[in-house]
Design a protein around this ligand. Structure first.
Ligand code: THU
Length: 145
């Protein structure tokens, strides 16, 4: 792993300590590096109303965006699982929006790690251009008016 990756993983590990996961007991930490070089961390935050919980990835990404970042170039996710844990489908869609060119480092038990990319995790992503290019008057998909 490069020095940059090491730092990002260290920040994800640190963020993981703040996970609020009393229901699953599964603590996840994430850190993202923005195009302008800043790093933002996040941890999963659960709620007694289960469906309101948020994954570590989204907490980190939304924190970056809320503080002015627009593109994320690198992502690290740390869990304590005995196998690699990949971002959920919802987080992959968020990654496609804000981190389409990012590398992703997954770290699991005993510091084992692998490298992948958002492009590999989200093939054929649904993106803004998909609807920006559509004709709002065409409701039956045949473009015949
Ligand atoms: N979780 C994450 O934070 N990131 C993932 O990539 C997968 C799942 C969280 C959500 C929930 O708090 C717990 O793990 C169990 O699903």
């Amino acid at each position: 792993m490069s020095a940059g990756r090491d730092e990002l993983v260290a920040r994800a590990r640190a963020a993981r300590k703040h996970a609020h996961c009393p229901f699953s007991g599964f603590a996840v930490g994430c850190a993202v590096r923005t195009a302008d070089g800043r790093i933002f961390g996040g941890a999963n935050i659960e709620n007694a109303s289960f469906n309101l919980g948020l994954c570590a990835e989204r907490v980190a990404i939304f924190s970056a965006i809320a503080q002015g970042a627009r593109e994320i170039r690198a992502v690290a996710v740390v869990t304590g699982a005995d196998h690699p844990v990949y971002p959920c489908g919802g987080c992959r869609q968020i990654l496609a929006e804000f981190a389409p060119r990012a590398g992703v480092t997954l770290v699991w038990r005993d510091g084992q790690s692998l490298e992948t990319t958002v492009a590999a995790l989200v093939p054929h992503a649904f993106v803004t251009g998909d609807f920006a290019a559509s004709d709002p008057a065409d409701r039956d998909g045949d473009d015949g008016g």
